[in-house]
Ligand binder design. Structure first.
Ligand code: 5GP
Ligand code: MG
Length: 187
């Protein structure tokens, strides 16, 4: 316990978004989403988390939604070419046909926009009743491909962040805050 706290002190350069700010913003986002989807009560909203970065954000968000919700997950990876020309492959697909359903994608961060600008058209072809995107973070300064973010948690500067779902080499996803590590940690 003590040891872990010491470790965090040594590696965290800056806490960009603390727990209070995250929870406040989650309340606001959920209020917006509850308002926007108030008419679909008879159906279910399919909330699709993009693995693995969205998991903490998604679990806190859906607990605030006041409508019938179904949870699903997908995973995608970019490969080939440069970041801007690379293709995106679905490595784990959702477990259902979304034709005629209302779908809300939940993502950790929109950076270059490469992943979402390719994934969203692929999902649109399946003819959902609606398809919207909710992202915890947005780094607009890095954008290479246009992405329409319907619900955005926070806009951040061009810094590599960890915590609250986001990792560095698989670590630090479980931190309750969004932080930047000290430069010497990004070796
Ligand atoms: P994009 O396709 O928009 O460039 O970014 C897709 C993915 O890159 C994000 O879902 C995320 O997994 C990763 N990514 C982008 N910026 C960051 C960052 O600052 N920290 C972490 N941990 N991952 C990032
Ligand atoms: Mg992601």
């Amino acid at each position: 316990m003590q040891q872990w706290q010491e470790h965090l002190k040594q590696i965290i350069g800056e806490v960009l978004i603390d727990e209070a700010a995250l929870h406040k913003r989650l309340d606001e986002l959920a209020e917006q989403i509850n308002h926007d989807y108030q008419d679909i009560q008879a159906e279910r909203l399919v909330v699709v988390g993009i693995l693995r970065g969205s998991v903490l954000f998604m679990s806190d968000l859906v607990r605030r939604l006041q409508m019938p919700v179904e949870l699903d997950f997908m995973s995608a990876s970019s490969y080939g070419g440069t970041e801007s020309t690379g293709t995106v492959r679905i490595t784990k697909d959702i477990g259902q046909d979304i034709r005629g359903k209302h779908v809300l994608l939940v993502e950790d961060i929109i950076d270059t926009g490469n992943t979402m600008s390719r994934l969203i058209p692929m999902l649109q072809k399946r003819n959902p009743a609606s398809l919207k995107l909710c992202s915890l973070l947005n780094k607009p300064s890095r954008r290479l491909c246009e992405v329409n973010i319907d619900y955005q948690g926070f806009e951040i500067e061009d810094k590599f962040v960890v915590g609250y779902g986001l990792d560095y080499n698989g670590n630090y996803r479980h931190l309750p805050v969004v932080a930047v590590l000290k430069p010497e940690c990004y070796a």
